[in-house]
Write a protein that binds this ligand. Structure first.
Ligand code: R5P
Length: 260
């Protein structure tokens, strides 16, 4: 791995703990103004001090984020579909020149294994890896799960391993029972979990705890943070699990305390 690639990964995955709390706010690229992100800037601003990286599109970044901000950017560079149509129908929406102009620390796209456009989305990832390798920019692959797919270790292991084989540098997938098998399928490639739909805070914290206990290096969480009744308390709680090894109960205490 070249120096630039290693350096960018070290900005995202903190060398001190080998762990990472990514804040995902890229949902609008196919969901529009998702609950909590209509005014993205207002939502994100208080969370930035507690996030290790921000996952976002170039349009949202230029609209709502101050360029003076000191946080590594994981730039969402795929899209082209909406919640009104087939979700796997993604193309690459942002070229590598713009990612470099933005000073992205990583680029990301979704891969729909088993989806109608499986081949194209695997092709998108491969092209990003070719470009990322050329310029030292790591690629985070998101295993996006179609409605018809089971979110079990067998499926998520299959999808994650395909992303690894295509050369992805970080894998983002979902937590499931037997998650250790998914992590094992990824070899030395670090794995983070998405939060998914909003859960009760304790449930989301337990999921984050289980994921890191089973080998994930952290989370790339969105709705379970910014749709919480205490987004700052929630990201602090997630951070305590990921970086300080706190239990879900201890982290829940941090979240509860934030509301007082
Ligand atoms: C989905 O494809 C997007 O990358 C989301 O940003 C991602 O799923 C993480 O957000 P959440 O924790 O809300 O699922």
């Amino acid at each position: 791995m070249n120096w630039g690639m290693k350096n960018r990964i070290s900005r995202i995955i903190k060398p001190k703990t080998g762990r990472c709390v990514m804040l995902a706010v890229d949902h609008g690229y196919f969901q529009g103004p998702t609950t909590g992100l209509a005014n993205l800037g207002k939502t994100v601003e208080p969370l930035l001090p507690y996030a290790d990286a921000l996952m976002i599109t170039r349009g949202a970044l230029r609209n709502w984020i101050d360029p003076a901000v000191d946080i590594p950017i994981i730039l969402r560079v795929s899209g082209g579909q909406s919640i009104l149509k087939e979700l796997s129908n993604e193309v690459i929406t942002t070229n590598i020149d713009d990612a470099i102009r933005i000073n992205a620390s990583a680029i990301t796209c979704s891969v729909y294994v088993g989806g109608e456009h499986e081949k194209e989305t695997i092709g998108n990832l491969s092209k990003l890896v070719d470009e990322g390798e050329k310029y030292g920019i790591p690629v985070l692959a998101v295993t996006a799960v179609g409605k018809e797919m089971a979110r079990d270790a067998r499926y998520l292991g299959l999808a994650s391993r395909i992303c690894v084989e295509m050369g992805a540098h970080i894998i983002k997938t979902y937590y499931t029972e037997d998650f250790g098998k998914v992590v094992e399928a990824c070899g030395n490639v670090p794995v983070v979990i998405a939060g998914g739909k909003k859960l009760a805070e304790m449930e989301a914290l337990q999921m984050a705890y289980n994921a890191v206990s089973d080998g994930a290096i952290g989370v790339d969480m969105g709705r379970n943070i910014f749709q919480s009744d205490s987004p700052v308390g929630m990201i602090q709680a997630v951070r305590a699990i990921v970086h300080e090894g706190k239990s879900a109960d201890e982290a829940y205490g941090i979240y509860e305390q934030s509301k007082k």
